[in-house]
Ligand binder design. Structure first.
Ligand SMILES: CCCCCCC/C=C/C(=O)SCCNC(=O)CCNC(=O)[C@H](O)C(C)(C)COP(=O)(O)OP(=O)(O)OC[C@H]1O[C@@H](n2cnc3c(N)ncnc32)[C@H](O)[C@@H]1OP(=O)(O)O
Ligand code: FAD
Length: 649
């Protein structure tokens, strides 16, 4: 590429491995890379130009997102993009770190319809939804409850006289509040409501509800609906509220795959699938982990590492050129563990998607044995990786000094999009406790001799009492360290019934320890499977750094019972720092391997060509506040103070 910043060019000439081979590994094969690049070229033709998001109002961002939605849907149709990955590649360039107003339609509305609806209901609604004649959202959370699903208040009371359900919001706190796209965009919603029939409450069930007229898009009578107002981020999507006032829907619109209400009001439960109505949340949590890597950790460290290669600051040696800030050990300590985390979360996200589809397939065949483990693992990993991503993005911003605080850095947009994942789809603390609940029960089973499999098999294994870590720092010895820590935490767990709350801080750490062990195990297995020696070596270094950074940051967990000795901990600290200089040579190439387009990253600091300053100046000059040269408001409000005799405009 012509006109690349010389420092960045030198970085790219000095690497030790093939970036293309690593990109192929991250994609899952060369054929995938080729296909992704093809789809991205199509997307860039359509979406690379347009008004700068940073200079738009919230309302302009929403309107622009509606327009982009229509164009993205048309592109997918025009180019025959139907596979989920291909649609995702186009949409992430159409909506870089933005949610489309119809995000929930694909992410939750359709999956709930297809997994909770009967064949008849799917046949009725799916064709309309696939043609976007129905645009739906998933309305579960209320103003008063989001976490505690059994505390939700919206009611659906069956009327056998008319064979209808009466949807009602009995209190202010029962208003559905937060669902994405509910405010202005969706004309349908799957509403989670308490089912009452024959005077009995059967708990939370899903209902297909039309909200707005097909002809006018006006709310239907009995429905008060709107946008909940500006948020921390998510400007492009109208998270909304809806209030039902004795709103009637046909009996047939209760999604009845797993339970039914007959015409006479008899309730029938036709499945042993526990929490069947909670299923779509497991799906989104499982998909989120990969999203957090690709939309959060990876772009953030790409920005910070590329910028750190072109930013020269201060003086290391008298009368020498100011050094690249990437040469400071402190800068490497800030950024390289984050780079390692980006790879760790990406590999874990790929694995989590695989496991989800395996278990989902089994459930469709009626085998639900693995659902509790999937629920626990997806809950714990969603919590750990979304917290990790939030922390890492902020650390990347801080590593870029003043320009990191500019919207031109790209960090504000990435951060507010990603940090929401700590809350939605299950608030992180609650998700860790769900994971811990499963682990404690499983550990108790293992203690009674039950043989375990999958991600919890270690709880019935024999674990080493002393670490085998040497100066070689074999990946197996690192995995073993995290296995030991996770085991120890489960062993000190409590009986969920009588001391749950008093132990819940420890239980959240037990869940995190379990998930860390899982992530290091996945990372190690990926490294072992890499064929190219040069790629294997550099990805192996990242795996070592990911593990050693976590061991050093949580040293107490590993030395407390003598598992890692003081001498071994000194070795850990030494190796962690020496890995920083090993990785320094390849740092820029390791972020190049994510193969992001500048249009996706949306950062002047993270441009592929590294030409930051000239583009930063042009960007600043394009700010609307710089036109006209003298703002009318200045003349109106301040000039009289400075020139009392000068007449106002
Ligand atoms: C890619 C970008 C996407 C951006 C879009 C973002 C859109 C966001 C959408 C949303 O946020 S939708 C709303 C999400 N809301 C939640 O996640 C609510 C979180 N709360 C819960 O899930 C539940 O309240 C709870 C915390 C799990 C507790 O539920 P409940 O009180 O009913 O259960 P308990 O009595 O405590 O028993 C737990 C029992 O149930 C099992 N279980 C719980 N959840 C599931 C599940 N999803 N699937 C399967 N099984 C589940 C759990 O394992 C326990 O089993 P046992 O221990 O009793 O055997
Ligand atoms: C950007 C965004 C998009 C969203 N989209 C949707 C959507 O499309 N559809 C939808 O239905 N919902 C949506 N939500 C709502 C989201 O699912 C809820 O906000 C989330 O489940 C958290 O519930 P809450 O708000 O009630 O938080 P709370 O549970 O009130 O959390 C507040 C605090 O209480 C603590 N707490 C709560 N329960 C416990 C417990 N048992 N033990 C220990 N601590 C506890 C939490 O840890 C937290 O610190 C969205 C939210 C956001 C931010």
């Amino acid at each position: 590429m012509a006109n690349v910043n010389p420092d960045l060019r030198k970085e790219r000439e000095n690497g030790t491995f093939s970036v293309e081979k690593l990109t192929n590994l991250l994609d899952g094969g060369k054929h995938v890379t080729d296909r992704r690049r093809h789809v991205e070229r199509l997307a860039l033709n359509e979406f690379s130009k347009g008004e700068d998001y940073n200079f738009m109002s919230r309302k302009e961002r929403y309107i622009s997102a509606l327009h982009k939605t229509e164009r993205a849907l048309r592109c997918c149709k025009e180019y025959g993009l139907t596979k989920p990955d291909e649609v995702y590649w186009l949409w992430q360039l159409a909506f870089p770190h933005e949610a489309s107003p119809i995000q929930l339609h694909g992410d939750m509305f359709l999956p709930t319809l297809t997994r909770q609806g009967t064949e008849e209901q799917v046949n009725k609604y799916l064709p309309l939804a696939e043609k976007y004649q129905i645009i739906g959202t998933y309305a579960q959370t209320e103003m008063g409850h989001g976490t505690f699903i059994r505390g939700l208040e919206t009611t659906a009371t069956y009327d056998p006289q008319t064979e209808e359900f009466i949807l009602h919001s009995p209190t202010l706190t029962s208003l559905k509040w937060w669902p994405g796209g509910l405010g202005k965009t969706s004309n349908y919603a799957i509403v989670m409501a308490l089912l009452y029939t024959n005077g009995k409450n059967y708990g939370m069930h899903p209902f297909m509800v039309q909200l707005r007229s097909h002809e006018t898009h006006e709310p239907l009578p009995g429905i008060t609906i709107g946008d909940i107002g500006p948020k921390f981020g998510f400007d492009t999507i109208d998270n909304g509220f809806v209030q039902f006032d004795h709103f009637r829907i046909p009996r047939e619109d209760m999604l009845m795959k797993y339970s039914q209400v007959l015409k006479d009001g008899t309730y029938v439960k036709s499945t042993k699938l526990k929490k069947s109505s909670y299923g779509v949340m497991v799906l989104v949590r499982s998909m989120l982990i990969y999203y957090l890597a690709i939309q959060g950790l990876a772009p953030a460290c790409t920005i910070a590492i590329r910028y750190s290669a072109v930013r020269r600051q201060s003086e290391q040696t008298k009368s020498q050129l100011e050094p690249q800030i990437l040469d400071y050990q402190t800068q490497q300590y800030k950024l390289f563990p984050i780079l390692a985390s980006a790879y760790a979360v990406l590999f874990t996200g790929v694995k989590m998607k695989e496991i989800y589809y395996e278990v989902d397939n089994e459930i469709q065949q009626g085998h639900t044995e693995r659902l509790p483990e999937l629920h626990a693992l997806s809950s714990g990993l969603k919590a750990l990786t979304s917290s990790m991503a939030s922390w890492c993005i902020e650390r990347c911003r801080l590593a870029c000094g003043g320009h990191g605080y500019s919207a031109a850095s790209g960090f504000p947009k990435i951060y507010v999009a990603v940090t929401a994942a700590c809350t939605y789809e299950g608030e992180n603390t609650v998700m860790l406790l769900q994971c811990a609940r499963y682990l404690i029960k499983t550990y108790q089973g293992a203690s009674n001799g039950k043989k375990l499999s999958g991600s919890v098999s270690y709880l019935s294994d024999k674990v080493n009492s002393r670490s085998t870590i040497t100066s070689e720092f074999s990946l197996k010895s690192l995995v073993d360290a995290f296995k030991h820590r996770a085991f120890r935490f489960q062993a000190c767990g409590s009986d969920p019934e009588d001391s749950w709350n008093r132990n819940s801080v420890v239980l959240t750490k037990a869940a995190e320890a379990h998930c860390y062990y899982y992530m290091v195990s996945v990372f190690e297995s990926v490294v072992e499977a890499v064929e190219d020696d040069a790629v294997k070596r550099v990805v192996g270094q990242l795996c070592q750094l990911f593990a050693l950074f976590a061991i050093h940051e949580n040293a107490g967990d590993f030395v407390q019972d003598g598992f890692i000795s003081n001498d071994q901990m000194e070795l850990v600290k030494w190796k962690e720092l020496s890995l920083l200089s090993d990785i320094r040579r390849n740092a820029v190439l390791l972020v190049d391997a994510f193969d992001f387009h500048d249009e996706f990253i949306g950062s002047i600091l993270g441009r592929f060509d590294g030409n930051v300053y000239a583009n930063l100046f042009e960007w600043a000059k394009s700010s609307p506040l710089n036109k006209p040269e003298v703002q009318e408001s200045y003349i109106k409000y301040l000039q009289p103070l400075l020139n009392p005799n000068k007449s106002k405009l």
